[in-house]
Design a protein. Structure first.
Length: 317
């Protein structure tokens, strides 16, 4: 009888310990995931959201300010999972001093942001991390300059990804949260990349189509705002890339965000094969475009493109 009672006690204790472990795992504060990178000296002791058990075919990497993007992240994740992406590497650039005219309180187009993560934004992010935990690796991206300012560190972010995560992925897109890859011809992106591998392609370059800025849209879902510019933009302005990780060599010194050095061929996708919808058209962009293209007339949001309407069902549940 005593042996039976002791056995029951041990079993109950084990169950209690197991429940405590489960509760703790589901309530991880995302601050615990933070890893600081000082003076671009990266630590090999990374704390990530989870361990990769198998190699991903296609991943997405982005460096971002949480406050500027939190309201669009889940829409973004749902969409990209649907079209064939396996994993997302989210580099949170909290407290960054900005780049290209942006500051810690204003993005480069003049819209108000806060580079310091609020509790409200942090809580929203945590829910997303919990919901998509098998799909996301979250990194607190805190590179610093010689004056100890936290900077964007795009070059360093790519180097960091290639050092720590490239072995877990076959292909990776280096893009932003306001950029949505789209195929007018409804081509499967995984099949497309598999075919390009056979053609000895190491990099697929994507051309952009300009849509209304997220800050100006009145739509809850930015993908469902179809206001755009009919101007066909070529690869010379703001193209983005999907590269084969093992073929990566480096970045060019000219427009490094948009040009990669790779082992084999770079293929520029036809805009009907694949493009990316860029939701960032505002007054400042329109004025810049007029000067860039030396246009005698102003550019405007003068067209409607309902290509993304077919994906509305993704966001109704």
């Amino acid at each position: 009888m005593n042996i039976y009672i002791n056995t029951l006690i041990i079993i109950n204790l084990l169950l209690i310990l197991f429940l405590i472990y489960i509760l703790h795992s589901n309530n991880i504060n995302h601050k615990e995931l933070y890893t600081t990178y000082n003076d671009f000296k990266y630590s090999d002791k990374l704390t990530t959201r989870h361990k990769i058990n198998k190699k991903n075919f296609l991943a997405f990497h982005t460096i971002f300010i949480l406050n500027e993007n939190i309201d669009y992240i889940e829409e973004f994740i749902k969409y990209y999972i649907h079209i064939g992406f396996d994993h997302f590497y989210l580099y949170d650039n909290e407290n960054s001093i900005g780049r290209n005219g942006s500051t810690s309180t204003m993005n480069k187009y003049g819209f108000k942001i806060d580079s310091k993560n609020s509790k409200n934004d942090t809580d929203k992010l945590q829910k997303i991390l919990n919901k998509y935990k098998d799909k996301i690796t979250y990194v607190s991206w805190q590179p610093k300059d010689k004056n100890n300012n936290i900077i964007y560190g795009w070059h360093e972010g790519i180097a960091h990804f290639m050092k720590h995560y490239s072995k877990d992925n076959n292909w990776v897109a280096f893009m932003d949260f306001d950029e949505f890859i789209f195929s007018k011809n409804n081509i499967n992106i995984r099949t497309f990349l598999q075919n390009k591998e056979k053609e000895n392609v190491s990099c697929v370059k994507l051309i952009q189509k300009k849509f209304i800025d997220r800050n100006l849209s009145k739509k809850k879902l930015i993908t469902q705002d179809f206001n755009c510019i009919d101007k066909k933009i070529g690869p010379g302005w703001g193209a983005k890339n999907i590269i084969k990780c093992k073929d990566y060599i480096g970045n060019t010194t000219s427009a490094p965000m948009h040009n990669f050095k790779v082992k084999n061929k770079t293929y520029t996708a036809d805009r009907d094969e694949f493009r990316f919808n860029h939701y960032n058209i505002n007054d400042k962009q329109l004025k810049w475009m007029k000067g860039f293209y030396k246009s005698p007339v102003d550019f405007t949001l003068n067209s409607i493109d309902k290509g993304m309407e077919q994906y509305k069902f993704l966001f109704t549940s």
